[in-house]
Write a protein that binds this ligand. Sequence first.
Ligand code: ATP
Length: 462
Amino acid sequence: MTDNENKMEKIVSLAKRRGFVFPGSEIYGGLKGTWDLGPLGVALNNNLKQEWWKMFVDGREDMYGLDASILMNAKVWEASGHTGAGFCDPLVEDVETGERFRADHLLKDNGIEAEGMTLSEIDALIKEKDIKSPKGNDLTNAREFNMMFESRVGATAGDEGKVYLRPETAQGIFVNFKNVVDTMAPKMPFGIAQIGKAFRNEIAPREWLFRVREFEQMEIEYFVAEDQWEAEYAKLLEDIRAWHQHIGLLDENIREYEVPDNDLAHYSKRTIDFEYNYPGKGFDELAGFAYRTDHDLKNHEEASGTKMRYTPVDGVPFIPHVLEPSFGIGRALTAVLCEAYTEDTMGESSRMYLKLPAHLAPYRVAVSPLLKNKPQLVEKAREVFTMLKKEFGNVAWDDNGNVGKRYRRQDEIGTPHCVVIDFDTLGEESPEHKDTVTVRDRDTGEQKRVAIGELASYLLQV
Ligand code: ATP
């Protein structure tokens, strides 16, 4: 196993051991492609979503929020093309075991990039290169497999009540385009942003949170006049770069892959995939940024009969063009954990810690009394804890084991600072230190004495 594969394994195991990510339905043997966020995972996930919303919605004047239903009229997915071949993956089966695989993934594992290939091209390559299933058996011919989960509403039988779990949040935005324009009177260019669950019946879920069947997306549809698209694309590109920096991803671990013209979806004029250098896997998609022309709104206008137009000051209504930055939260969470995971030596011992940015850490700070069997220390520590909790909300109380062990435990979950209330705080040992506490820094291990009255502002600065 390479160091990098090893690193990924350590992250996955840490995430389980410390309550970030659990396998879905674990006590029943799990359900492939599902993962549950534990107490610390949901905190990190919420912080990611909040920071994204602050940056892309609250931090701007040209963005409007939305929260559309997961279930939508099935006609939405016909108009968007998701019920057709456009949202299918090529499926092959092991002729002996019946196990199913994504043909393009099997080819990729053999060093062949199959994106955009037709089924017969895939079959020809499988034959030519004599590619077998992972068990060494022959494979069936490739066929299209649609990734949408189907369900039914109410008690209707047959196709009448058929619905799909949305495979992307984007269509919820398009179908509400007119509602937002009519209610908010936005000035062009403007965007509609949404965070929510999406579902894809992936043939082969794999690589932890990377390819799952239920996940969350943060998507923006940014509406522009056709002649504005290039300038606005350049601006949003900078915003996406700033976002990845804001969540602590190093430039050197991000690659912008300009999708070549012959691989672009027929309606797209430009797409950049933001790829992250996942340990043991290498660069693969983290987020996408596509210029989708007026394809979506035009299709919805045709299919629904409702005008999807914007009326500018000169009074000639037109169908806007669309720029779509699309982020998967699970992949962002994975990248953030990979970037934060650090091993070093502190004092005599080696340790591992999560070097998470303070605005993402599940706990902003941990508070503890030096000894938990000294009521005066505990009482003072509770006072400090309550004060900080009012300021930050996500504050941990940690009085288990000795202080050294608490530091290691907090390091492991990425808590930027630990505050300890000791006898000095009570003024029993050195009166000049009365009402000061020890603040210990996660990354350097350095300790400072800070007055309780200045603690919150100190923590906000460091
Ligand atoms: P891939 O090529 O990896 O299947 P995609 O190009 O189909 O991804 P998009 O349709 O562009 O993905 O979706 C936007 C984002 O949603 C992706 O960049 C990714 O972060 C996330 N995403 C898509 N599918 C999955 C999945 N099965 N599991 C986790 N995240 C996903």
